[in-house]
Design a protein around this ligand. Structure first.
Ligand SMILES: [Zn+2]
Length: 122
């Protein structure tokens, strides 16, 4: 279950961010995860809740937004979303394409509380 490993990486980053901003509690975290990582959002959510237990992120709401993979055709420069793992350019039919996105793992926004106010970090 590689979601657990990812959750540990994300948790380490979130705790670092929390310390940097002197957050006392994380309330909401939005993550963008590329489809190439083949993450099951529910499993990642579950793993995150488990690894963030008893930390500053205990009880935070995690939102996992999948990012569909995108490619650019090297022949006609069309950009397209990959569907059903077909890497053929829909414009010209070329298979000579370059991947643009799909394996990202981004902490999009973090909402947290400090002693006196609620803030948002990018
Ligand atoms: Zn093309």
């Amino acid at each position: 279950m590689h979601e657990t490993f990812m959750a540990q990486q994300i948790a380490a980053e979130l705790i670092r961010l929390a310390e940097q901003h002197k957050a006392t509690r994380l309330t909401r975290v939005v993550l963008k995860v590329g489809a190439m990582r083949q993450v099951v959002p529910e499993l990642l959510n579950f793993a995150l809740a488990a690894v963030m237990k008893d930390t500053v992120g205990d009880g935070a709401q995690f939102v996992v937004e999948p990012v569909p993979p995108r490619c650019r055709c090297r022949k006609c420069a069309a950009e397209f979303e990959v569907e059903r793992w077909s890497y053929l350019c829909p414009s010209c039919g070329s298979g000579d394409v370059a991947g643009l996105t799909g394996d990202e793992l981004i902490i999009e926004t973090v909402t947290f509380e400090t002693d006196d106010e609620e803030k948002e970090a990018e």
